[in-house]
Write a new protein. Structure first.
Length: 262
């Protein structure tokens, strides 16, 4: 690949496939081999308690952010729709930015009319009255959702009013510098004072989807927070340890919410 693409989504599949070679950079990965259906079967077919908690906290954060008719973005959407759902009641538009061609095709189908797999995730959202007031989320997503094949590294500056980036920076490369750059580009894509939610998998060393292996970087809690603090304020941090584990090794899920600096 000539450009530095980004693939999104969260978590992983375990398999007998070999681990991605250490040091793999984003542009070296065949992201079009990502199988969204296999990924969803393993990660999202049943709503896990850890995802429920991450979604609940994200929901409450955006519900309290005084958003309305906002231009929103979900970066590296992959095969995970729940970050987009967390933005839905506040959106004039939601841009779902993803690089993998297979994931882009899947996202376009889901935006048109998402699968029943995501109904339990919306039900978590609808436990809050702000979300419950949106009575037809499928129809509304079809109205406001826009899918584009876009790299996290090519995002425009100051283009959106609110955004999410879930399990992306940790899962597009084995290169720590690329993870840091992904976080920076995401935050720069939001206008000053925009609310955001970033989730990463800590301690991950690689993951598998079907027959394909993909790189990851073993990020630490402190370094992720430090990266975000350089460009944000009003930060809140929550760490969730999945049970059972999602990836090999001592991986946990970190959610960081806040607002972007000017």
């Amino acid at each position: 690949m000539a450009m530095t693409p980004a693939a999104g989504g969260s978590k992983s599949l375990t398999s007998t496939a070999s681990t991605q070679a250490p040091g793999t950079v984003n542009a070296e990965v065949e992201w079009d081999g990502f199988d969204p259906q296999a990924y969803i079967r393993h990660n999202y077919a049943d709503l896990r308690d850890d995802d429920r908690e991450i979604l609940r906290r994200t929901r409450d954060f955006f519900a309290g952010a005084e958003l309305s008719d906002a231009y929103c973005v979900d970066v590296g959407s992959g095969a995970n729709l729940y970050p987009t759902l967390s933005l839905l009641p506040f959106a004039h538009t939601i841009d779902l930015c993803e690089w993998s061609t297979s994931n882009v095709h899947w996202l376009r189908q889901q935006v048109d009319s998402y699968d029943t797999t995501w109904d339990p995730y919306w039900q978590v959202c609808a436990e809050h009255p702000t979300y419950a007031a949106l009575t037809d989320p499928r129809r509304y997503l079809a109205k406001v959702g826009r899918v584009s094949q876009t790299s996290v590294f090519d995002l425009p500056r100051h283009a959106w009013d609110a955004g999410t980036m879930f399990f992306v920076a940790c899962s597009i490369s084995a290169d720590r510098a690329e993870a840091e750059r992904a976080i920076s580009r995401f935050l720069q894509a939001l206008r000053p004072d925009s609310p955001f939610a970033v989730a990463v998998m800590l301690g991950s060393t690689g993951y598998h989807v079907g027959r394909h292996s993909f790189p990851a970087v073993a990020l630490a809690h402190s370094e992720v927070v430090a990266d975000i603090e350089t460009a944000a304020y009003d930060i809140d941090v929550h760490e969730e340890r999945p049970r059972p584990p999602i990836r090999d090794g001592k991986a946990s899920m970190l959610l960081v919410t806040g607002r972007t600096c000017g």
